[in-house]
Design a protein around this ligand. Structure first.
Ligand SMILES: N[C@@H](CS(=O)O)C(=O)O
Ligand SMILES: [Fe+2]
Length: 256
């Protein structure tokens, strides 16, 4: 195996202070580790597989138990689980107006596993992933993932109304920047898994169907609660909070 990537101490508490004290170092750190990994398309041969969602969660806890995590194996585990709606239905809560983020497992602080529910036509704004590793697995329906190159100017702007669930991104026009360049587009089918990190660019995800909902399972490590969204026409980058619609099958009370 040549492409094994190790996430060393990425979410280790002893290290988090050091990382917090030097954001640039942590930026550099995760980017270096993920320089070459782009995801695997098929499960690994002779590796254990997960028959149920509960098995997948246990296997992920095991994989993240040490300070060094094999990201290729995590990708394999996500691929090996075959979607069974009776196992994940209790987490799948939809909203009429936007896609929802529903926390399934907080991974001992090392990862977040969540189910995202997309009604017909729902989409995310163009966004980054806060230097995390991100896996997205289709549980039901289809999603189209469109990737974009980073804008030249990466300055982060603040806007308290910035919302990743508003697929138009933040809408200011008096910003002088170039339109974001689309780099790829692909549609994922049930049980497919895709991988992205900031090194691979930005993306936007959309349920292209006018008649069917879509459900996806996302694993982020380390977990994050803010990221950036980008205006397609100008490339303007705006900091954005991401929240959960529900946690462990229970609707959150916050207004979002
Ligand atoms: N990364 C997005 C979902 S997606 O559009 O990839 C989120 O965490 O809400
Ligand atoms: Fe995303």
């Amino acid at each position: 195996m040549t492409s094994v990537m190790l996430i060393e101490d990425a979410a280790n508490n002893n290290n988090s202070n050091k990382i917090a004290n030097n954001e640039l170092a942590s930026d550099h750190y995760l980017r270096e580790l993920t320089k070459t990994f782009t995801g695997i398309e098929k499960p690994l041969k002779n590796a254990p597989t997960c028959a149920t969602l509960t098995d997948l969660i246990s296997a992920l806890h095991e994989a993240f138990a040490s300070d060094r995590v094999n990201i290729e194996f995590v990708n394999h585990l996500m691929l090996s689980y075959q979607s069974n709606p009776s196992e994940w239905r209790k987490f799948a809560k939809f909203d009429r107006f936007r896609y929802t983020r529903n926390l399934v497992d907080a991974g001992n602080g090392k990862f977040n596993l969540m189910i995202l529910c997309w009604n017909e036509g729902h989409a995310s704004a163009i966004h980054d992933h806060a230097d995390s590793h991100c896996f997205m697995k289709m549980l039901k329906g289809q999603l189209t993932e469109v990737r974009f190159a980073w804008p030249k100017d990466k300055t982060v702007n603040e806007d308290c109304k910035a919302d990743i669930g508003n697929s138009n991104g933040s809408g200011e026009i008096e910003y002088d920047g170039e339109e974001l360049e689309e780099t790829s587009r692909s549609t994922m089918e049930t049980n497919g898994v895709c991988y992205i990190n900031d090194n691979l660019g930005l993306h936007r995800v959309e349920n292209p169907s006018h008649s069917d909902v879509a459900v996806s399972l996302h694993l982020y490590c380390p977990p994050f609660d803010t990221c950036s969204i980008f205006n397609k026409q100008t490339g303007k980058r705006t900091k954005c909070k991401v929240t959960f619609w529900s946690k462990y099958g229970k609707r959150e009370t916050q207004d979002n």
